[in-house]
Design a binder for this molecule. Structure first.
Ligand SMILES: [Zn+2]
Length: 429
């Protein structure tokens, strides 16, 4: 074949694979999605506020767990699990990790588990001596998670991935009075309009041939805590299960698009709150704020999908390692001297990089990693992933002190960010 003819053929083959055409070669991925209700079947203690005096009093909105399975052209798989719960406690991660390894030969680095951090979900630790409900709920949750992962993988079918992003503004930095002593009445968390925020809403869309969207994964960096009080005068947390703003965002998207599974991934929202919240505005009930913030976030996702949509190609490359984070041990009775902390990097071709970090991560990590990894690929940074156990301050927050600053050693930020870079660079090869 003459060089010119070869060039034309190459260009034609390339064009046939371009984004937006309708033949099957434009569905290089396989994807499967599954969803299940994880609302407790009986009233039980709720997670997030120690001030609660009794178990739950019912359900305002069902809680869900959802799984998205992806497979690239070489057969490499990735499973993303999102849940309307407080956090991914280590034994939950270990159970699902073991299940996917045994059943599907999926290595740990190809499993992401993210919690929305709703404070109106079940407490699945046994916090009361002799209390059995948490254990029963954990068994139920584990069975449900195994089921949806199996279902998502069994449904793997040709799909196209694309991405877009928009902005959403209700998250505000909450570290206004961090420097005040705890005895000062103004030392409570308060909106800080000048503090750092991450208002980006990244969106990953999954489309099957001949159908509408089948799944949308979206993220936002903000505590899922619109609903902290039951009344204006009584600062007692609510007693009904709900997914809070993240639950209402998913519900709004699904109501507007039958057949869609909408999945929320919590970002680095540890020092961010949704404002207004609880009874901050006397004529608005907190549930209305949660629903309104949910709709606002859902509409940001809709705006993203109407904006600059770009293809996401493979292959899947992923890495997961644990870094040691050391405490200053100011309170050795209370705090372990160190912990093993999960850092995961997933790269989808040169189009999307997802860094996931464990526990409650402040927004500085998201802003820094997006800046430092900026390049061809879009960068997502998720907190509340694969582990749950307290706040993860940046060096800035650690120096400032206050609520989100447990006494880690000052190298905490460099250890975590350094590991992200190390894994990211390793996945170049
Ligand atoms: Zn929190």
């Amino acid at each position: 074949m003459k060089p010119v003819a070869l060039l034309i053929l190459t260009l034609l083959l390339g064009a046939s694979r371009s984004f937006g055409a309708t033949d099957d070669t434009n569905y290089p991925w396989k994807a499967g999605v599954a969803s299940t209700v994880i609302t407790p079947q009986t009233n039980m203690w709720m997670a997030g506020y120690a001030a609660r005096k009794s178990p739950s009093h019912g359900t305002a909105q069902d809680l869900f767990a959802k799984a998205l399975a992806l497979e690239d052209e070489k057969g490499t798989r990735l499973v993303i699990v999102t849940m309307d719960i407080i956090g991914v406690r280590p034994w939950l991660r270990q159970f699902v990790e073991k299940h996917v390894a045994e059943r599907h030969k999926l290595p740990p680095e190809c499993l992401v588990m993210n919690a929305s951090h709703t404070h109106c979900g079940p407490e699945y630790r046994e916090i009361k001596e002799g209390e059995k409900t948490a254990g029963h709920y954990t068994a139920f949750l584990q069975e449900r998670l195994a089921h949806i992962v199996d279902e998502a993988i069994s449904k793997l079918a040709p799909a196209q991935l694309s991405q877009a992003h928009a902005r959403c503004g209700f998250a505000m930095n909450r570290r206004l009075n961090y420097a005040l002593p705890k005895t000062d009445p103004n030392s409570k968390k308060a909106p800080n309009p000048d503090g750092p925020v991450d208002h980006n809403v990244p969106v990953l869309m999954v489309q099957s041939p001949g159908t509408n969207l089948c799944a949308v994964l979206f993220s936002y960096a903000c505590h899922n805590t619109t609903l902290s009080s039951v009344s204006m005068t009584n600062n007692v947390p609510r007693y009904e299960f709900t997914g809070d703003y993240a639950g209402y965002a998913q519900e709004t998207l699904q109501n507007g698009r039958p057949g869609l599974t909408a999945m929320f991934m919590q970002g680095c929202g540890a020092d961010q709150n949704p404002y207004p919240r609880h009874y901050m505005v006397p004529y608005v009930k907190p549930l209305e704020f949660a629903q309104q913030h949910g709709r606002t976030l859902a509409y940001a996702v809709e705006a993203a999908m109407a904006a600059h949509v770009r293809p996401v190609r493979g292959p899947i490359r992923s890495a997961l390692e644990y870094v040691t984070l050391e405490r200053e041990k100011k309170d050795p009775k209370k705090d372990a001297p160190s912990r093993q902390y999960p850092v995961q990097v997933i790269r989808l071709g040169d189009d999307l990089t997802l860094a996931t970090l464990g526990s409650e991560v402040v927004v500085d990590y998201s802003l820094r990693l997006k800046r430092e990894l900026a390049g061809k690929a879009v960068v997502w940074v998720a907190g509340y992933s694969n582990d749950y156990g307290g706040y993860i301050p940046s060096l800035r927050v650690l120096k400032e002190g206050g609520y989100e600053a447990p006494d880690y050693k000052p190298d905490i930020e460099e250890r975590i960010v350094g590991k992200v870079h190390e894994l990211y660079d390793r996945l170049n090869h």
